[in-house]
Design a protein around this ligand. Sequence first.
Ligand code: CU
Length: 148
Amino acid sequence: MPRSYSFESRTNVIGVGASWKAMRHQAWPFVLAGLAALAGLFISSKPSTAPQAPTVTVPTPKIVELVIVGGKLQSGPRLIPLQQGERVTFKVTSDRSDEMHLHGYDLHVRLQAHTPATLSFTADRSGRFDYELHGAQVELGALEVQPR
Ligand SMILES: [Cu+2]
């Protein structure tokens, strides 16, 4: 009985040794893959341990270009659909000096003849708001801000 036991245990050891030897050749890709995975984990976990930079998503503003000739809208939208919270930039050019007024938001843009003027704001109020030319007393168009 003890003989067969020792024999068995020896074959067992040999068996393990042999399979390990056989594996050593094939194991490298797995070892490398394991290391790569560990490295990947380390790298991917790094940002969460580092102080998080505030993720300020600066939305690209919707650009609205208006060209006014003779107190009338020559080109540009008469209706501007927006989502509440969207950024808007008006670029307004007029052949005459005037003032554009965006109702509701109560924003004024001073227009100098042939000089592009810009107005940027966040459409944080929902509803319909006219923009008009005060000097010429002309309604140019309207914003339509959909509530979120
Ligand atoms: Cu007005």
